[in-house]
Design a protein around this ligand. Structure first.
Ligand code: URA
Ligand code: CA
Length: 433
């Protein structure tokens, strides 16, 4: 087989077979296929697209390029959730205990990552004593016992994806549905999930800015999952403004606690119920989404979901008292309100820019080595469609630094106040199963 022929075939719009896709992935991972040939093939895929079978084969070839996590020692159907990334997205912290409390095993492998705030693990580490450095054996035991555990990323998962992603980044081929879908799905499958629920975000703060692209990506990922024997479902949700009110690590933990107790922000609660219902159905703990939703709502109302969260914290060394007394979480020194400069209706809250403001306070990592300040961030008091009077606080900045002038400027730039009626954006655009 020659890489030249594979490039030519795709360039001419023909489908690649499994052997050809394996040849490319193996050769590129082990270095026998050079960057320039891989780039040419990626560009051909960008223009010619891939069939459902090609996408599934590409995904599985990337899965096989590295370690695969074996969760077979955990009883039941393990469902994983993945978000394409948004601002103030606290859903994982809530969904874990919530779906575990109705019997769904949640074996979560999580990373730290770069971003406006830390990842799930960073957020959890704002709970004194909590740690994810547990052995694989402990991890399996905890999930079998308590239905929920979180472990730090281990192993060399999907090296082919890492290498291809870096190449796409510099060859203008990131924005391709078959390449994005196979990249995301390969990582989920390699981390051992039997079933996968995807939260595909759309809007100014999302990777997919418009709804058509988000829907195409969601359908592509669901199709790949179903092709390779992993039940997959997706929710398409709004990211034109941050989710919930809190953006920051400890602040989002507090928001998760509120939500598990039944008094969280409306949008965050609703998205967790939508995603959670799909997780419950895919793991066979309910027949329909309606039945699943009832179970989840009942678990929040009865306090079961909250108790599950406390059990989860203490089983991994965390101080479960924090759940009852969120004041024990890291607190920022300064709380600074941002008053509205005029009266009107909030018409725009650019999620990415508000995320950047949180990052400027130290809530996120800019390099792999940088330290996160778990206490800092932003708490919104208004969302799109809300009325605000001149001088009323739009949000509160939680800072450990004295000077927050540039952060304030960034926030003022990201929020627009208009006259007249402004519709609240819908939260959920579509469910795909
Ligand atoms: N996120 C991924 O993991 N892969 C992509 O290709 C794009 C976004
Ligand atoms: Ca939030």
């Amino acid at each position: 087989m020659r890489m030249y022929d594979i490039i030519e075939k795709k360039r001419d719009g023909k489908s690649l077979n499994e052997d050809e896709i394996d040849f490319f992935i193996d050769g590129y991972t082990n270095g026998t296929i050079p960057d320039y040939q891989a780039s040419a093939l990626l560009m051909a895929i960008y223009f010619q697209d891939m069939t459902a079978a090609e996408r599934a084969n590409l995904t599985m070839a990337m899965v096989k390029s590295g370690d695969e996590i074996d969760l077979s020692a955990i009883e039941g159907i393990k469902v994983d959730k993945h978000s394409t990334g948004g601002v103030g997205d606290t859903t994982t912290l809530i969904l874990g205990p919530l779906v575990a409390s109705v019997g769904v095993p949640v074996a979560k492998m999580s990373g730290r990552g770069l971003g406006h705030t830390g990842g799930t693990i960073d957020k959890l580490e704002s709970i004194p004593g909590f740690h994810v450095e547990i052995t694989n054996n402990e991890f399996v035991k905890l999930v079998n016992h308590n239905k929920l555990a979180v472990i730090g990323q281990t192993g060399n998962l999907t090296p082919a994806d890492k290498k291809i992603y870096s190449l796409r980044d510099v060859t203008a081929t990131v924005n391709s549905i078959p390449l994005i879908a196979s990249s995301i799905m390969s990582k989920k499958i390699a981390s051992g999930a039997d079933a996968i629920v995807l939260d595909v975000k759309t809007g100014t703060g999302a990777f997919m800015k418009n709804l058509d692209d988000a829907r195409a990506l969601a359908k592509a990922m669901v199709s790949i999952g179903n092709h390779v024997g992993r039940k997959t479902a997706a929710v398409i949700s709004d990211m034109n403004q941050p989710l919930g009110f809190a953006i920051g690590n400890a602040l989002e933990v507090k928001e998760a606690i509120d939500t598990l107790k039944g008094h969280g922000p409306e949008d965050l609660t609703e998205l967790c119920l939508a995603l959670g219902s799909q997780m419950v159905v895919l793991s066979n703990h309910a027949q329909t989404l309606e039945e699943a939703r009832e179970k989840l709502q009942e678990s929040i109302a009865s306090g079961k979901a909250f108790e599950q969260f406390k059990l989860f914290l203490s089983s991994q060394g965390g101080d479960a008292k924090v759940a009852d007394e969120p004041k024990l979480l890291p607190q920022a020194k300064n709380m600074i309100a941002l008053p509205a400069k005029e009266s009107g209706i909030v018409s725009e809250m650019v999620a990415n820019d508000i995320g950047t403001a949180a990052a400027m306070l130290g809530a996120g990592r800019t390099t792999k080595e940088s330290e996160i300040d778990l206490a800092v961030g932003i708490v919104l008091h208004k969302k799109i469609g809300d009325r605000v009077e001149k001088g009323e606080p739009l949000l509160t900045i939680h800072a450990n630094q004295e000077d927050v002038e540039t952060v304030k400027e960034k926030l003022y730039e990201s929020i627009t106040i208009s006259d007249g009626h402004i519709e609240k954006p819908p939260l959920i655009y579509d469910l795909i199963m």
